[in-house]
Design a protein around this ligand. Structure first.
Ligand code: F7E
Length: 280
């Protein structure tokens, strides 16, 4: 069933939860674009931060016997600290209004767990990508442009921002399995979900264009409008707690992920992902 709702509308959320009485809630809703959060910081704080509190407060008030998953983000970190991998023990230092809103969501979830006894957990997910990734995020922007270029559908260059940033990119279907596993635990807790590999945007271009034997440097142009006022330079996660406690280990790594995305965009397959889900 699809119900209408809005994370900024607490009354509507309360009514929906009272009507549906779910046993598990996967709270993934947000204004989730980091660059956009610098343009609309107040709305981002309202939807991405306070939206979480509205849901938790409804669960508390309705005394719903339900489990709650909160979609935390690697954007809560400011980057690598002393070259150590980022784990559940690393202090947060958000570099965007989006990251700051997610830090609030993280701690309000911990607070409802500790103070109200709600079965509430945070998944601290590093970047996760698939052919369904929104077209304004860098991975999909690249693979989509590449498919259009190969089919002769664009004569425009590919405009990008900072090519040096590094991200720990994993495969979304596997990350969704991690969310489910987190909620099946008897005791609620917080988990980093990441691959333990980091690659730059430049490397993503090498791999994606390389699949098709195309030299990206002839097609990519830098547009400063895609730079962020503050950037998270390097993200690299340590998911060993998830491996140990919930038996989650990522299988699809960087090269295969890029190939899946390029292939799917060339075939125009983003809405037919049976093969991909089967493999997760
Ligand atoms: O940027 C650089 C950009 O927008 C990745 C969201 O799902 O993951 C995502 O956040 C990197 C950044 O993802 C362009 O500066 C260069 O360093 O694909 P992105 P993100 O900001 O890491 C986290 C885990 C979330 O929680 C978020 O909701 O790529 N970059 N050139 C660019 N980025 C974009 N979007 N567009 C460019 O042209």
């Amino acid at each position: 069933h699809l119900h209408f709702g809005d994370l900024t509308d607490g009354t509507a959320l309360y009514s929906l939860l009272a009507k549906i009485r779910p046993t598990e809630i996967y709270h993934l809703g947000a204004q989730s674009h980091v660059r956009v959060s610098f343009d609309i910081p107040v709305y981002t704080g309202d939807a991405t931060g306070l939206g979480t509190c509205r849901l938790l407060e409804s669960i508390r008030d309705l005394k719903l016997p339900c489990r709650f998953y909160q979609a935390g983000s690697s954007e809560m970190y400011g980057g690598l600290l002393n070259d150590s991998l980022l784990s559940e023990r690393t202090p947060f230092h958000p570099r965007s209004p989006y990251g700051a809103a997610k830090v609030y969501s993280h701690w309000i979830t911990v607070n409802y767990r500790e103070a109200q006894g709600i079965h509430a957990s945070n998944g601290i997910l590093f970047n996760h990508e698939s052919p369904r990734r929104g077209e304004t995020f860098v991975t999909r922007k690249i693979t989509r442009w590449l498919a259009q270029h190969v089919k002769g559908l664009t004569d425009q260059p590919l405009y990008l921002g900072n090519l040096e940033a590094k991200r720990d990119w994993g495969y979304t279907p596997e990350y969704v399995c991690a969310m489910w596993r987190i909620l099946q635990q008897e005791t609620p807790d917080d988990y980093v979900i990441a691959t333990g590999e980091t690659h730059s945007i430049r490397e993503f271009l090498d791999e994606a264009f390389g699949c098709l034997g195309i030299d990206w440097s002839k097609h990519v142009k830098i547009d400063p409008k895609y730079y962020r006022p503050a950037e998270v330079d390097v993200l690299l996660g340590d998911a060993s707690k998830a491996a140990e406690k919930i038996g989650w280990v990522p299988r699809v790594k960087f090269k295969e992920l890029v190939q899946i995305m390029v292939k799917a965009d060339i075939k125009g397959e983003e809405h037919g992902l049976t093969e991909i889900w089967d493999r997760a």
